[in-house]
Ligand binder design. Structure first.
Ligand code: S6P
Ligand code: ZN
Length: 190
């Protein structure tokens, strides 16, 4: 017989992507991820790039963590606002994203430099297999809001991306978003 650790509970999603009740919030400003942008204009200040609203549960592989992310619209130089991006600490742990509002790109990369860029929009369901680092990029004019759920003990390895970057960047081109090579990427390429 399995004796459950938790009792069932419900969280409500507000239209703006916040959660009710609020159980935990992470705020990320430009100053938290300065090294990740190619060039930061002096006049930009220290804007909030995104909030993550958490539904925390025990960090075990028998549970599912979940959260919403509200990634605001804007650019830093030619790059759109984006999340830090990470591998999961336990590399093979997978994740599912569901787009709620706004328009984005989900940039994913393996440790040996394979790349995938997938669309995020209301109703998109992106599967992030184990072993793929992931970063969301807001390419629209409205906040990009999405729900994420992932294996409970996955953990987050931000260090590898901080050191190596992603193999590609999503930049604002004349005709809209463009995926270009990251000149500062120091990881393996394929
Ligand atoms: C967690 C999941 C998301 C991100 C969030 C912010 O595994 O991928 O909830 O945490 O979108 O991104 P980051 O890279 O700052 O954690
Ligand atoms: Zn993740």
């Amino acid at each position: 017989m399995v004796k459950p650790d938790l009792s069932p509970f419900t969280t409500l999603l507000n239209e703006d992507g916040t959660l009710q009740p609020e159980r935990g919030v992470v705020e990320r400003r430009l100053s938290d991820m300065k090294e990740m942008f190619q060039k930061i204009p002096d006049s930009i200040g220290d804007p909030i790039l995104y909030h993550v609203y958490l539904i925390p549960v025990p960090e075990k592989n028998s549970e599912l963590q979940s959260s919403t992310t509200v990634l605001y619209p804007g650019t830093v130089g030619s790059e759109y606002y984006m999340t830090k991006g990470h591998f999961h600490e336990i590399r093979d742990r997978s994740e599912v994203y569901m787009g709620i509002s706004g328009e984005g790109r989900l940039v994913m990369a393996t440790e040996d430099g394979e790349v995938a860029v997938e669309p995020m929009r209301p109703g998109s369901i992106n599967y992030v297999p184990g072993g793929w680092a992931h970063r969301s990029v807001n390419v629209g004019e409205e906040p990009l809001v999405f729900f994420a759920t992932y294996v409970g003990d996955a953990g987050h390895d931000y260090g590898t991306i901080e050191e190596e970057g992603f193999p590609v960047l999503v930049v604002k081109g004349e005709e809209g978003p463009e995926v270009v090579e990251n000149p500062r990427y120091t990881g393996r390429t394929r």
